[in-house]
Design a protein around this ligand. Structure first.
Ligand code: 8YV
Length: 330
């Protein structure tokens, strides 16, 4: 029997590699060692593949149309699927899967860590010590912002946002949120969160935390008019996707001291980071590592692989994004 071909566009642990080699003709591209494949080479490597284990690269309509009839599944190693044209996949009968659930706790931890880091000037303190400047104890050194008693405004209150809300309350913060579909009143009351429309949240929150998915509606959700609404002592924390924020407008708002600082795990033109941000002491920068605990990374890749295997060899698909594809027969 002919074995199915799969593209493995990621790093994989040895045991998973052995499992994939056992079941499929696997074509490996180690993203960590060799970088993400660009659209042209990626399209070539998709050719004749029944499945793809995918990290990072954008899989658009052109690739999906070109693979119609051969490609059955794209298993994304992320909860966000903004790097895949899901409509084009569905149209071509290609199942898309993602990795929800396994990363909720570490991303919530990291979101809180970024609130704390930017508010309490953690990275600045680290740089101060490393620069050999800690020679005496100046009482007025690195005065920072409070956490307890302040308001955290969460934009995008899904599974992760709800976990952040619980953590923030543990720090004595008040939590409000904005989301297109409001939570039922009893759920909001149980979580201790209050809904605000976006302009009100921006005007009220000391910490504005982005956790929404990137969609056409949320692209550039935060730009110049939104910075103008924010408090001048407020901090922006972006744990969602870079393009949710208009990065140039952010740089300008920081320069003009329209807001007090920012903590960013994601960037509009990732992995490119605007060098203007490197220079700013009141900005905390991390390289898209919110879900990067060892346990979670291994759980993400395992879940993605189980999605791929189930789609190609049978069994329940753990976490499909467009399950309607499964109901169709071609
Ligand atoms: C991933 C993420 O690290 O799951 C997501 O949506 O943003 C992160 O957990 C990233 O997407 C890697 O592909």
């Amino acid at each position: 029997m002919n074995r199915l071909s799969v593209l493995v566009h990621t790093w994989v642990p040895d045991d998973l590699r052995a499992r994939l080699d056992d079941r499929f003709d696997a074509d490996y591209h180690d993203v960590f060692a060799d970088g993400l494949l660009e659209p042209g080479p990626l399209k070539e490597r998709f050719r004749d593949k029944a499945g793809v284990l995918l990290l990072g690269s954008y899989v658009g309509e052109e690739i999906l149309d070109a693979c119609a009839g051969t490609l059955r599944v794209v298993a994304n190693i992320a909860v966000g699927v903004d790097n895949i044209d899901v409509d084009a996949a569905t149209r071509n009968g290609v199942l898309v899967t993602n990795t929800p659930g396994v990363l909720d706790e570490p991303v919530a931890d990291m979101s809180m860590a970024m609130v704390l880091a930017v508010g309490r000037r953690l990275a600045e303190g680290d740089r101060y010590v490393r620069a050999g400047r800690f020679r005496t104890y100046p009482f007025q050194l690195l005065w920072s912002a409070d956490i307890g008693g302040e308001t955290l405004g969460i934009i995008g209150l899904g599974r992760i946002g709800k976990r952040v809300a619980a953590r923030a309350q543990g720090f004595g913060m008040k939590v409000c949120y904005h989301k297109r579909s409001r939570l039922p009143d009893d759920e909001a009351a149980a979580l201790g969160v209050e809904w605000r429309d976006l302009p009100d949240l921006l005007a009220e929150a000391k910490y504005v935390l982005l956790l929404c998915p990137l969609t056409p509606e949320t692209r550039h959700l935060i730009g110049a008019p939104e910075f103008a609404r924010m408090r001048s002592d407020a901090f922006l924390v972006n744990m969602a996707r870079g393009p949710v924020v208009h990065e140039q407008a952010l740089v300008e708002a920081l320069r003009a001291e329209e807001i007090a600082g920012a903590a960013l795990d994601v960037y509009e033109f990732e992995p490119k980071v605007d060098p203007a941000l490197w220079e700013m002491e009141n900005v905390v920068l991390t390289p898209h590592i919110a879900s990067a605990t060892r346990t979670t990374r291994l759980a993400m890749i395992d879940l993605a692989a189980r999605n791929l295997e189930a789609a190609l060899t049978g069994g329940d698909i753990p976490t499909p994004v467009n399950p309607e594809v499964l109901k169709r027969s071609f």
